[in-house]
Structures are given as structure tokens and as C-alpha cells.
Design a protein around this ligand. Sequence first.
Ligand code: SF4
Ligand code: SF4
Length: 256
Amino acid sequence: MHNHFNENHQLERVEIHVTNHCNLNCLACAHFSNISQEYNIKIEDFEKDISTLVKKVNYKILNILGGEPLLHPNIDILCEKAREICPDKIITLNTNGILLPNMKKSFWQSLKKNNILIRLSIYPYTIKQGRKLIELIIKNDIKIYGLWDGRKFYLRKSKYYQDNIENIWENCDAKICNQIYKGKLYICPTSAYGLLYNKYFNKNFYFEDGIDIYNHSSSEIYDFLFKASKNCATCSSNGRLINWQLSKFNVDEWDV
Ligand code: SF4
Ligand code: SF4
């Protein structure tokens, strides 16, 4: 049940990492998944976070992703739970598709039964299989919500902290990619997963800057999401596109 405040605020989408790690290794991964240790969300934590989220925040789309979400051993159950908790939302599953041909029947059945739509990212690494993957999804009677063209990647990390973070935030299109991660909401992937970068490279560059959804009201959560994060100081106002390539795990790969 949404309160009045919620009716006037709708987030475009909230994304939830069910894994942090990935089976692809893209240079400048915006979720820092190529440098993440293995992490699979526990089913009960997934349920708890989504149930609290749905009571406090009004959003249109729940996007299940990672890392690579198909690496989660219980992805079929997570899809089932997501639909139980969010009967009226659009629910999408964002995958690079590599594991789709290996998925069990129970996975496809869960997607179909729970009306989960697939967002397929196609990178140069997988482009040859692209058509087959799309055919496989259609054959299993699953709708495709969108195809994401992974030929280009956007670099946004600044080498040094920037001033004028309100301006950087205002002009940033990632500010609507809100993330729920371990009980907290974050404005964007940079803010949510920057700590994975800190850990891997032994730095203190990114800040912890999420809002605990259990201990804050709806209006406090919206106030937090509709203004710049401390992490906006880590982003350049002159981001640029590069061609997709494999990472060599260098610390400067994310830099504009
Ligand atoms: S496939 Fe996606 S999550 Fe995985 S490394 Fe590439 S950009 Fe990151
Ligand atoms: S930290 Fe701020 S500027 Fe950087 S991607 Fe997130 S919302 Fe955009």
C-alpha cells in the first residue's frame, strides 16, 4: 500500500544485484563486477529487502541483475519471490546471455509463470551468438524487454575529486539507475559498488553513501535519492565512450 507521498514520486526502476561477480570481464564495468569476489544474495535477504522496498518506495520496474544473475544457483526461486512480493511491477532480468543455453527447465518455467522479461546485453564477445540467444528466449515463450548494445562503454570516473557535484549529478543519466544493495538504496551503480573498486585496488576513492531503507521513512528516502551523492565528486563532467574490450585489471581502466 503506497502512501500519498509515494503517489507523487515514482522511480523509473530499482535494480538489485543477486550476484556481484560475472562470467565476462569487460573493461570499465560500471558495476565493478569484473573485479568483484563471488557474492550470491541469500534468498531471505532478497525477500526482506524487496518487501521493505515495495512498502516504502514507488517504482515502475524491478530489474534483477548482477554481475551476471544467471550465476546465482537459485535464480528461478528469486524470480518467483520477486513476483510474489511485487505482483504489479514490471520485472526484468538483465543478462549477458552466455549461460542461457545451459539453463534448466525450471528457470524457463519460472520466467514464464512469473512474467519476468529479459533484457539482453550483447557485447562483441557474444555478438555471434546473439541471434541464437534471441531465438532461444522466444522459443521458451519469454518476452524480451530490450536489447542493450554493448559495443561501447561509457567512462565516467574522474582521477580526482570534482567540485560542483550538484551540476554533475544534474547532468548524469545514471541517477535514475537506483540500486538496492544489502538493505540500502543507492543513487546509482557507481555509488553502490564503488567500494568493490576500493577493496580490489586497496584505495579509499569511493564513499559509502547509501540510505538504510529499514530505518528511514519514505520521504527521507526520496530526499536522499533526489539529490547528489557524495560519490558524484568521483565522476567527471566529461565522460566519454570507448569501444568494448576485455579488462586487464588495471586501476586506471575506469578513468575518463
Ligand atoms: S557483462 Fe556486464 S556485469 Fe559482466 S563484466 Fe561486463 S559489463 Fe560488467
Ligand atoms: S555518482 Fe553521481 S554523477 Fe556519478 S554516476 Fe552516480 S549519480 Fe551520476
